[in-house]
Design a protein around this ligand. Structure first.
Ligand code: SAH
Length: 219
């Protein structure tokens, strides 16, 4: 984790350029773009990445994981159609960047991470007071959070080998799940809409490349 947190004019300028790029790439949800414009992405990376934090790229974080590419974060968040006060379950806290993007949009975020070293960083989260609407959990995302169900939305930020049945159970009827599902070399982004009878409809979008969603916890 970095030691200094300064959001300079230069960082803000680079962030505005990133937002313009995301717009050019087809992101249209203004609330998503505003959220990305508001959050200093470089705070979520080692200081070594300061100059390149606003390139539209994924970067390595601890425990061999990655902070997702801004386009991917924007794309998934847009598909999720986030409303203020939505209860959102996120699988794969990672750097906490995606959680913060959701929280900035006014969602109530429940995020699960299976890597202890990454989970432990939440105690030093620089935005602890600004985003009391994020709750952090150490656990296996395949299990979801039965005690906090049902959720309005579920977002998986790792490559799921299949649609996790327990997460579908914990979704409200009418709720949405956005997830990248394994499709050979890459993953197909899916949006599932849960119906009253517990079944769902499926929409398929672009292909992406995520780190794998793994079972169990890693202490
Ligand atoms: N949303 C993150 C993306 C991190 S990459 C961000 O904005 O930075 C995906 C993360 O999912 C990794 O940190 C990985 O450890 C985690 N992950 C993989 N399988 C998981 C599981 N079953 N439960 C919880 N987290 C998982």
């Amino acid at each position: 984790m970095r030691k200094q947190y300064e959001d300079s004019y230069q960082h803000k300028g680079l962030r505005r350029q990133l937002v313009n790029l995301l717009r050019e790439k087809g992101i249209t949800d203004e609330a998503v773009l505003e959220s990305i414009n508001a959050i200093p992405r470089h705070f979520f990376l080692d200081s070594a990445f300061d100059k390149i934090a606003y390139e539209d790229r994924a970067f390595p974080i601890e425990a061999g994981q990655t902070i997702s590419q801004p386009y991917t974060v924007a794309y998934q968040t847009q598909l999720l159609r986030v409303n203020k006060m939505d209860k959102v379950l996120e699988i794969g806290t990672g750097s906490m960047y995606q959680s913060t993007v959701l929280a900035e949009m006014g969602a109530r975020v429940f995020t699960i991470e299976r890597q202890k070293t990454l989970y432990d960083q939440h105690s030093k989260f620089v935005f602890r007071n600004k985003y009391p609407n994020i709750r952090f959990f150490f656990g296996d995302g395949f299990e979801g959070l039965p005690a906090f169900q049902p959720f309005d939305k579920v977002l998986i930020t790792a490559a799921a080998p299949f649609i996790p049945p327990k997460l579908m159970e914990q979704l409200k009827p009418g709720g949405l799940m956005v997830l990248p599902v394994d499709d050979g070399d890459a993953q197909r982004m899916l949006r599932l809409t849960k119906k009253e009878d517990g079944t769902w409809t499926e929409e398929a979008f672009e292909q992406f490349s995520f780190v794998p969603m793994l079972t169990g916890k890693n202490r």
